[in-house]
Design a protein around this ligand. Structure first.
Ligand code: MN
Length: 502
């Protein structure tokens, strides 16, 4: 359900008329070669489309207007091969709504020592042309990514790839509809927030539905659909004996399959890319959706438990960002701790809804009591997750702004089997360590719900925060509590000023 095949970034090159035809012809020629090179890069997941060399305020305005209205254009990569007096860019940049990446590069990599002359210098002057461009963006307080280096360098292409992926996630949010099935878990604070402000800021629309809206679809499920899906369960997962045909708990699996089919039909009919539910508002559903939600997430849907629409939207956005990359992305919750004098860990999980995209093998499909909600025992997929680097991401509403909190973690193999734990789980080591990470997270007001991603890094989230114009707090190897507190205080002042039109 994630299709990025038509998405493109535009490569826009700035110059000016005074260089004359010959130089401008070369600028265009070089720009096309660079655009082709970037388009062919395996690090950049979208098309890179060469646009004209822009040489006047009206041409610049036109390309920005066109980018705004082109549905498939997810952002602009801009580069000044020559000098492009930047007052010409004010009109265009002022109205540009799409993300912008400033590629500070040069056509040639090395100086041709033996042949360099003034003609060469006139043509290859991005070293100062891009600084003029940088000034006007800073003067306009325009957030953008700056990538420096030769365009053929893999590191440069990887950075452009990261930004392109974030622009894809941003583009997705502009059209994303989140279905909030049932309201919030009663009295919970952090999963609430300003949905109007979220739509203004991120584009995402969040609207409420009742479980009965899904029940209508559950009632329409045919015998064939049901049997086909049960067949998929049987071939994709290790079913416990009691869930196999004729088993004592088979009816629970059948019920879970009906809920999946109904939920899927509801989401497809409404064009939703993400959803929430809550165990307190399940209406006549017999179980809390477990395997259904897990499989929908694996197919790319965003999800947040207990009405958590912010995390649902972020799960979806991050799934779009990492499409085609190794590793998975899931809804997650810091669940319980493993404290030892040497090192401490977090066991992350949820009641049921962890995405099998982060599973370390074939999940087992099991039915167990839930313990809360007063419904029948739900079916769920149970698995461990592989060791390796990951991030936990939380978006919270601070009342006057949104804050994005990121903690870099390293997942580790659990020290022992967990034979009685009936949920999917991940054990991780927080950077710099649990004591500092959890202190900082709590001081930042980070939620218990997160998006856990094995594919993405902090750099993606930094680009995302810049595009969205929101606050970012990172907890990594270098975090110290004293500096983190100062950062929070400084940000309070910064965002107060920013809101009043800095
Ligand atoms: Mn929860």
């Amino acid at each position: 359900m994630i299709d990025i095949s038509q998405k493109e970034v535009w490569f826009v090159v700035g110059s000016q008329e005074l260089y004359g035809e010959e130089t401008l012809r070369k600028v265009a020629e070089h720009s096309q070669i660079i655009a082709k090179g970037l388009d062919a890069s395996p690090s950049i997941p979208v098309k890179v489309v060469y646009k004209d060399v822009v040489k006047s305020p009206s041409q610049i305005l036109d390309v920005c207007l066109a980018a705004n209205s082109a549905k498939n254009c997810i952002g602009i990569i801009a580069w000044m091969h020559t000098f492009s007096p930047a007052k010409m860019w004010i009109g265009g940049l002022n109205i540009l709504k799409k993300p912008l990446c400033h590629l500070h590069t040069q056509y040639n990599a090395e100086i041709p020592w033996g042949s360099i002359d003034m003609d060469f210098m006139n043509l290859n002057q991005s070293a100062h042309g891009d600084r003029e461009f940088g000034f006007i963006m800073s003067r306009l307080r325009k957030k953008r990514k700056v990538v420096v280096g030769h365009w053929e360098d893999e590191r440069v292409q990887k950075k452009l790839g990261i930004w392109s992926r974030v622009a894809l996630g941003w583009d997705e949010l502009q059209n994303l509809k989140v279905a909030r099935i049932g309201d919030n878990m009663r009295e919970v604070a952090v999963t609430e927030g300003d949905k109007v402000e979220a739509q203004i800021r991120f584009g995402v629309s969040v609207n409420g539905y009742d479980s009965s809206d899904v029940t209508k679809h559950i009632e329409k499920v045919t015998e064939k659909e049901l049997n086909d899906l049960l067949g998929v369960y049987e071939s994709s997962y290790n079913l416990t004996d009691s869930l196999k045909e004729g088993g004592a708990q088979r009816s629970s699996l059948v019920e879970a399959a009906k809920i999946e089919l109904g939920l899927r039909a509801f989401l497809e009919e409404g064009g939703f890319g993400a959803f929430t539910d809550t165990f307190e508002n399940l209406g006549v559903w017999k179980q809390l959706p477990g395997i259904a939600t897990q499989r929908l997430m694996a197919d790319g849907y965003g999800f947040g438990g207990e009405g958590d629409w912010k995390t649902a939207a972020m799960v979806r956005a991050l799934k779009v960002m990492c499409v085609g990359l190794e590793g998975g992305t899931s809804f997650m919750e810091d669940y319980t701790y493993h404290f030892t004098p040497q090192k401490s860990y977090v066991l992350g999980s949820h009641m049921l809804e962890i995405c099998p995209s982060i599973a370390d093998g074939k999940p087992s499909c099991e039915v167990h009591p839930l313990g809360i909600g007063g419904k029948e025992d739900p079916a769920r997929l149970v698995f461990n997750s592989p060791a390796g680097d990951a991030i936990n991401v939380s978006l919270v509403d601070m009342g006057t702004r949104f804050r994005l909190i990121v903690n870099e973690v390293e997942a580790v193999k659990p020290m022992a089997e967990l034979p009685k734990l009936p949920v999917a789980r991940v054990l991780w080591d927080c950077k710099p360590n649990l004591e500092v990470a959890a202190t900082a997270w709590i001081l930042a007001g980070g939620a218990h719900h997160t998006v856990y991603s094995q594919s993405l890094t902090t750099e993606y989230m930094e680009d995302f925060a810049d595009i969205a114009g929101i606050e970012l707090l990172v907890i990594d190897e270098k975090t110290t509590i004293r500096e983190f507190k100062d950062k929070i205080n400084a940000n309070e002042a910064y965002y107060h000023l920013f809101q009043h039109g800095l």
